[in-house]
Design a protein. Structure first.
Length: 73
């Protein structure tokens, strides 16, 4: 079954963030474009770090449980 429009939800959220930061830096010329890019790049890096931490948290938990089971037998 479909997830229910995850792509469109992402596009809406990204569009709203773009409008917010676009209007925030609109009167700064080229510097505004650079600052907008830096904020977007930082947000992407932040998301990647969070996803990586969640992934390692689950894999470490699974590995610890497997090791405990191995020593119990």
């Amino acid at each position: 079954k479909s997830s229910g429009g995850g792509f469109m939800k992402g596009m809406i959220a990204g569009g709203l963030a773009g409008l917010l930061f676009g209007s925030l830096f609109a009167n700064m010329g080229m510097l505004g474009s650079v600052l907008g890019f830096l904020i977007n790049a930082a947000a992407i890096v932040f998301l990647i770090v969070i996803i990586k931490k969640v992934f390692t948290l689950f894999t470490e938990k699974k590995r610890r449980e497997e090791e405990e089971r191995k020593w119990q037998h």
